[in-house]
Design a binder for this molecule. Structure first.
Ligand SMILES: *[C@@H]1O[C@H](CO)[C@@H](O)[C@H](O)[C@H]1NC(C)=O
Ligand SMILES: *[C@@H]1O[C@H](CO)[C@@H](O)[C@H](O)[C@H]1NC(C)=O
Length: 308
């Protein structure tokens, strides 16, 4: 009895609206942007000509397609944290995991065009996190120096600005400015760093989503090349050269390289070299002896004869 009473108006409607009876599906907001941990409303509006009880399904599309809402229930990770009203879904406490493409599908079996769908993109916005800053502790005058700042989590990507001694560094205006700031990459570059650039540097990451965040920062000291250090290095290098030269001659003298040829030269250039050589030889033989005792003369002779 019930079936016939339902069928009759359906048939009548079909006759009326044919052939344009169709389900129509639309959305108020095809692109939804919400801050993380808040609620996202994915609107899905439908209109059916005849079928008053269409089937509603929600899918998350993209690489893999998975059900969000099927057979009157939320599936997987959406269970317990999503609600539906009509065909509009509200996701509570969204995270980055929820960002992506969604599709609302409405199938009205009694309509002629019986399937309608609409796509919704969900973007989950993330406020800036404290950026990581890379600031050298020291730099040499005139060198190229890069200070880096980055926060990989913020969505949309953070913009960066730099501070020196807590004062903002304005983006360079003049063509002859000695530095560049890239607010997208977060790099502050000095093409030729000067002593006046010494100071405490820090960087601020900001996007429209939340409070800007600043890194702790670091002190950078710019100095000329340390003259005393250079002199010391040169002296050490010279000493090493002399030591190596004498060492080479020592080898000559002891017959490691060419027999006899170096000896007269060695003795004339380095008086007392014979003594040093014997000491050196004995030192290498007994390095554990802290209080060095000069070797007996016989031993020295023995070594010499052995070597020569
Ligand atoms: C929704 O997206 C799918 C691809 O994921 C596409 O095939 C389909 O035509 C889109 N539907 C609408 C109504 O834009
Ligand atoms: C840059 O050039 C302008 C003139 O074009 C000059 O007045 C200014 O002092 C220069 N600044 C530096 C830092 O050299």
């Amino acid at each position: 009895m019930e079936r016939t009473s339902l069928c009759l108006p359906v048939v009548l409607l079909l006759m009326q609206c044919s052939p344009s009876c169709s389900v129509t599906v639309s959305t108020n907001e095809p692109k939804v942007e919400v801050k993380e941990f808040s609620d996202a409303v994915l609107s899905c509006l439908f209109h059916t000509e005849i079928d008053q009880n269409p089937r509603i399904e929600w899918k998350k599309t993209g690489k893999d397609v998975s059900f969000v809402y099927f057979n009157g229930q939320f599936k997987g990770s959406f269970g317990g944290r999503a609600t539906i009203e009509g065909a509009t879904v509200t996701l509570h406490g969204v995270t980055q995991e929820d960002a992506g493409e969604y599709r609302c599908e409405v199938s009205a079996h009694l309509d002629i065009v019986n399937l309608g769908e609409t796509n919704i993109t969900l973007k989950v916005l993330v406020p800036p996190h404290t950026p990581s800053c890379e600031i050298p502790a020291s730099a040499v005058t005139g060198s190229v120096v890069q200070l880096r700042c980055w926060d990989q989590q913020s969505i949309p990507p953070a913009k960066y600005s730099w501070f020196k001694d807590s004062k903002p560094i304005s983006p360079p205006r003049r063509a002859n400015a000695t530095y560049l700031i890239n607010s997208q990459t977060g790099i502050l570059e000095f093409q030729s760093v000067a002593k006046e650039d010494t100071g405490h540097y820090s960087c601020l990451a900001s996007n429209e989503v939340g409070q800007p965040k600043m890194c702790e920062g670091k002190h950078m000291t710019v100095e000329d090349v340390n003259v005393t250090a250079v002199v010391a290095v040169v002296l050490v290098v010279c000493l090493l050269g002399i030591v190596c030269g004498c060492g080479g001659l020592l080898l000559h003298r002891n017959g490691f390289l060419t027999r006899h040829r170096g000896r007269s030269f060695w003795i004339s250039q380095c008086p007392g070299a014979a003594h040093i050589s014997s000491q050196t030889l004995h030192r290498t033989e007994d390095t554990s002896n802290v209080n060095y005792i000069p070797p007996p003369q016989e031993d020295f002779k023995h070594t010499q004869s052995f070597m020569l």
